[in-house]
Design a protein around this ligand. Structure first.
Ligand code: NAD
Length: 501
């Protein structure tokens, strides 16, 4: 099915006319073009058709956005928590009211099947704003009984802490789940009283622009959110290094995370990094195969494997290896690939031609290294950027396909014989984002929960998340946590007070 703009939802046709003509910078509450009218095309990955033009913000556009955020900071910080909460809740209501439009925009931009946005990601974004609306009214410091012995006659030393917003936040997000990952940064930052400059990913800016419109409609004061679209190495790099930015909230690849960390050195910005993963799914022989086989398949093929927490390494106990692998391969072969807007599509294209080439490169090198493609292992179809769902066997632990994040519908399978061996294999990765364990044994589950080095461990499920739960990784999967109460710590500083009164 080709992308047909006339068949889009009416709200989106109007939106694309309004914003995707290169007039998508939102600075100080005003929409405008980038300096010199610079822009670039955004494409529907399923067809390669241009869906709009995205403004390419220059260094001076970034300057203006940061200045607007700085200018709005004092007012937003002084806004009563209940008022910040009311606006955040209203934003959630507006996202929910436009859920079908937003899901369609995500599909158009990223390629994901409609159901992924409609039933998982956009509701996830709504819940982020609702959860952090509550957190805006729950910011608390401490009173402390100190032992300071400076006590002038008739006076007492009182000591306490207060929490204050970090300041101007640069939120830099990737393309795989654009709206919900954006919400994970904006909602806690704004609940804490910070103002934000948002840099969406170049391949998927549309939902961020629509969100900015909805946030303005919800009554968010001008300058609290500013959006600068543009290329990572240009707009993103300038924003990350900007001396008037106090904190970078970054989600993306581990390689870019390193560049962001470097840029943050200029003025010692606070940094949180939500980076890549190569998460293991571990199947023990006593697992309930009725939920395990579809569960571990879905862990990798949901959203075409373009999920940071995807279960991309499958470890199966040797005694059930063939049964599980055959089941997963049959699941992969049965998936219906197509345009994400078609109602029966189960897996869409990968996000861009560049990314499809990258995934194909991994597959070709794996073949050269001696791996076997049990199913898939190549492009799918003649048009668009589809990769066939792929199950790779006959691999060795040191192969690139086992170690590196492919970020596509590619599962590598290895057999194991005992718990000790699989813990060592699971932990041998440079990443430590997430893991799932499939077993009916309470003691096996507890042992895995404690021995696996990862930010999240699921038991008999994978990639479950909720606004109340922190998400993030250890090792090269990053620093800090998004989502959950822990995310408020990213956007609040401690101030210590000693008062001799
Ligand atoms: P990416 O690192 O290429 O880009 C992420 C963002 O950074 C984009 O907005 C990009 O424009 C910007 N950027 C690029 N170069 C920059 C620079 N030098 N300075 C500042 N900004 C720059 O990542 P991607 O390909 O968009 O996303 C996929 C990656 O994101 C995967 O590695 C995935 O695992 C990771 N991810 C992690 C999580 C998590 O929670 N840990 C969630 C989703 C995605």
């Amino acid at each position: 099915m080709a992308f047909d703009p006339i068949k889009l939802r009416p709200g989106n046709v109007e939106f694309l006319v309004r914003r995707a003509q290169g007039e998508g910078l939102f600075i100080g509450g005003v929409w405008g073009q980038a300096e010199g009218g610079a822009d670039f095309a955004t494409l529907d990955p399923a067809t390669g058709i241009e869906t709009g033009r995205i403004a390419a913000a220059s260094a001076s556009d970034v300057d203006a956005a940061v200045a607007a955020a700085r200018g709005a900071l004092a007012g937003w910080r002084a806004t009563m928590p209940v008022e910040r909460a009311r606006i955040l809740w209203k934003i959630a209501d507006l996202i929910e009211a436009h859920i079908d439009d937003l899901a369609e925009l995500e599909t158009l931009d990223q390629g994901k099947p409609l159901f992924v946005g409609r039933w998982a990601e956009i509701p996830g974004a709504v819940n982020q704003f609702r959860f952090f609306a509550g957190q805006a009214m729950a910011i608390e410091g401490q009173t402390l009984e100190s032992s300071i012995n400076y006590q002038p006659a008739g006076r007492q030393m009182r000591t306490w802490t207060v929490r204050e917003p970090v300041g101007v936040v640069a939120a830099i997000v990737p393309w795989n789940s654009p709206l919900v990952l954006t919400a994970m940064k904006l909602a806690p930052a704004m609940a804490a009283g910070c103002t934000v400059v948002l840099k969406p990913a170049e391949d998927t800016s549309l939902s961020a622009l629509r969100l900015a419109e909805l946030m303005a409609e919800a009554g968010l004061p001008a300058g609290v959110l500013n959006v600068v679209t543009g290329l990572g190495g240009q707009t993103g790099a300038v924003l990350a290094a900007h001396p008037q930015v106090d904190k970078i909230a970054f989600t993306g690849s581990t390689a870019t995370g390193r560049a962001v960390l470097d840029a943050a050195k200029t003025n010692f910005k606070r940094v949180t990094l939500e980076l890549g993963g190569k998460s293991p799914s571990i199947v023990f022989p006593d697992a309930d195969m009725g939920i395990t086989v579809p569960g571990v398949a879905n862990a990798i093929f949901f959203n075409g494997g373009q999920v940071c927490i995807a279960g991309s390494r499958l470890y199966v106990h040797r005694s059930v290896h063939d049964e599980v692998v055959e089941g997963v391969a049959a699941y992969a072969k049965g998936l219906k690939l197509g345009h994400g807007l078609a109602p029966d599509t189960q897996m869409g294209p990968v996000v861009s031609a560049r990314h499809a080439e990258r995934v194909e490169g991994f597959l070709n090198r794996a073949k050269t290294d001696g791996a076997t493609m049990l199913t898939g292992g190549e492009r799918f179809g003649d048009a668009g950027t589809f990769i066939a769902p792929t199950v790779v066997v006959d691999v060795k632990p040191d192969m690139e396909i086992v170690r590196e994040e492919v970020f596509g519908p590619v599962l590598v399978v290895q057999a194991f014989d005992d718990a000790e061996e699989v813990v060592a294999a699971a932990n041998s990765s440079e990443y430590g984002l997430a893991a799932s364990v499939w077993t009916e044994s309470l003691s096996t589950a507890h042992r895995m929960i404690s021995d696996i080095r990862a930010g999240t461990v699921w038991v008999n499920s994978h990639a479950m998340y909720d606004a109340s739960l922190a998400i993030g990784g250890v090792k090269q999967s990053g620093w800090g946590r998004d989502s959950g109460r822990q995310a408020m710590d990213n956007y609040l500083e401690w101030k210590t007070v000693c008062a001799c009164v």
